[in-house]
Design a protein. Structure first.
Lengths: 182, 124
């Protein structure tokens, strides 16, 4: 059990750092995979955010996500470029929605619902930033529906993957509130 | 390990998200494509614009005969044309922005236009 108070910040900080490192690694690997359609990618790094949220809580999830966005942009050379701002906007939008859903997780909403909601919020946040500032073209909304559809599909897939990772006993060991086995 | 993959909240979020996707498709794609005007272009003549506001039949005289163009609110079609392969008729109802029917024997093209500019392709 890591629930004892002495474990405190050190263990927690190390866990956040390790999770952020995994998330950065996933994001870099994903950036190297050519996507069939520009703007659509699986968003596998979101698995780490969800695991962090469900195991360590929302604040840790915010930390891991922000470290991932900044860290991966440093490694990819996109820091402060439009790609970075889009990534940040998507991450913040999904964190806001995850915060709103926090009271329902994990009792009523599991990883799949959280992942779908986060993916939809992610693409919506990115889209709003792109539309408002980066490419303010009146017809840009025409690309939103396919992107939302892709978010629904990839969100569902990452949610299922998250559920499988969460079910792993090595993760369950760290959870304050293990997923109810009902 | 035998916990359920989906809880009711997951199903609800999935359904809401699917609804958002469907609404986005309907909202983004349906209103812009409506045809408002039919442009009749014949070789050697000034293009003729016919608004798609009420049902009527327009006859266009060409080198091969008469092309009957049927117009209804929001759509138009080549109802009868002298071409032997019925290519003009086979184009069916033209109702989305940019749709075209052609009658080569009568050296005629019919195109419906909407209020919004259409896209031939999309690059980014």
């Amino acid at each position: 059990m890591t629930g004892d108070p002495h474990a405190g910040t050190d263990t927690r900080d190390r866990a956040i750092a390790a999770l952020a490192a995994i998330a950065i690694g996933i994001q870099i690997l994903e950036a190297a995979i050519p996507s069939p359609v520009p703007g659509i990618k699986p968003g596998l790094a979101n698995i780490v955010t969800l695991i962090t949220l469900l195991v360590l809580g929302w604040r840790a999830a915010v930390a891991v996500t922000l470290i991932r966005v900044v860290g991966s942009s440093l490694l990819l050379g996109t820091l402060l470029s439009p790609a970075f701002w889009l990534s940040l906007a998507g991450a913040l939008a999904s964190l806001v929605l995850l915060a709103a859903l926090r009271p329902f997780a994990p009792r009523h909403v599991g990883p799949v619902g959280l992942a779908i909601a986060a993916a939809m919020a992610h693409i919506t946040g990115q889209f709003l930033l792109a539309w408002a500032i980066i490419i303010p073209h009146p017809n840009l909304p025409l690309v939103l529906p396919p992107l939302l559809l892709a978010a629904l599909i990839t969100g569902g897939l990452t949610g299922i993957l998250t559920a499988h990772v969460l079910a792993d006993p090595r993760i369950q060991r760290h959870a304050h509130n293990p997923t109810p086995n009902d | 390990m035998n916990h359920r993959l989906l809880r009711w909240g997951d199903t609800l979020i999935g359904a809401l998200a699917a609804g958002v996707v469907v609404a986005a498709f309907v909202f983004a794609y349906s209103p812009s494509g409506e045809a408002r005007v039919l442009v009749i272009s014949q070789a050697g003549a000034t293009p003729q614009h016919e608004p798609l506001d009420r049902a009527r039949v327009v006859e266009i005289h060409g080198p091969a005969g008469i092309t009957h163009i049927e117009i209804e609110p929001g759509r138009a079609r080549c109802a009868d044309s002298p071409g032997r392969q019925n290519i003009c008729e086979a184009s069916g109802w033209l109702q989305a922005h940019g749709e075209v029917a052609v009658s080569l024997p009568n050296r005629l093209t019919l195109q419906v236009l909407g209020t919004e500019p259409g896209f031939d392709s999309l690059h980014y």
